[in-house]
Ligand binder design. Structure first.
Ligand SMILES: [Zn+2]
Length: 216
């Protein structure tokens, strides 16, 4: 088991498309253990995709239950070769990402999804997720296709925010470990409305995720 280093933008590997897993030939046991360890080492992180750790396999892990402010129907899920079968509705909400630790952004995604995937035992799963949990799944699945949340924002000027806690000087305790506050690094789900409208205030950023490591 090991905590894996997480690639950060603009690492070109984050733009690559990951390969499907062949269950007959591949044993993912160690990879999944390492991904889980890496996820749970990142406070507040609710999701991680294998390619974020330089593993170009279609494997994601999601645990929306790490965000105490939202509902999680499934808790921890290991999703291999996931496919979205249906998307419905639309919600704009704030997201973070371990691979973009200094930024959050308002991203429009489906409110509800249906997906299929295989779990770590090779058993097919059928998932119906909504709101935050759906958002995390979609965010992580994007990583499998080399897509980052910056690719989905409507405007880089108005929908992308610098994390407050990342003050330039070292040693700033800024975000504190409050940890669980809203967020996740990987995907927060905070309604975008939380932005106060002041131009530079970035008020909701702190709520989004303390983690530097943004999860997904
Ligand atoms: Zn991410």
């Amino acid at each position: 088991m090991a905590i894996l280093p997480v690639l950060e933008y603009p690492d070109p590997q984050l733009k690559e498309i990951s390969e499907p897993v062949d269950f007959e030939k591949e044993d993912l046991t160690e990879i999944i253990k390492d991904l889980l360890e890496t996820l749970y080492d990142a406070p507040g992180c609710v999701g991680l995709a294998a390619p974020q750790c330089g593993i170009r396999k279609r494997v994601i892990i999601v645990d929306a239950s790490r965000n105490p402010k939202v509902e999680s129907r499934y808790g921890l899920m290991v999703l291999i070769n996931p496919v979205i079968e249906l998307q419905d509705g639309e919600i704009l909400a704030r997201e973070g990402c371990l691979s973009l630790p200094d930024l959050t952004a308002n991203v429009r995604r489906a409110q509800t999804i249906r997906a299929t995937a295989w779990d770590e035992h090779g058993v097919q799963r059928f998932i119906e997720a909504s709101d935050f949990e759906a958002r995390v799944i979609l965010h992580e699945m994007d990583h499998l296709d080399g897509i980052l949340f910056l690719d989905r924002v409507s405007s880089l000027k108005t929908d992308v925010f610098r994390r407050k806690r990342y003050a330039p000087k070292g040693g700033d305790k800024g975000g504190d470990k409050g940890g669980d506050k809203g967020g996740t690094s990987e995907s927060t789900g905070k309604p975008e409305g939380s932005n106060t409208g002041k131009k530079d205030a970035l008020p909701s950023v702190a709520a989004v995720g303390e983690k530097t490591d943004g999860a997904s």
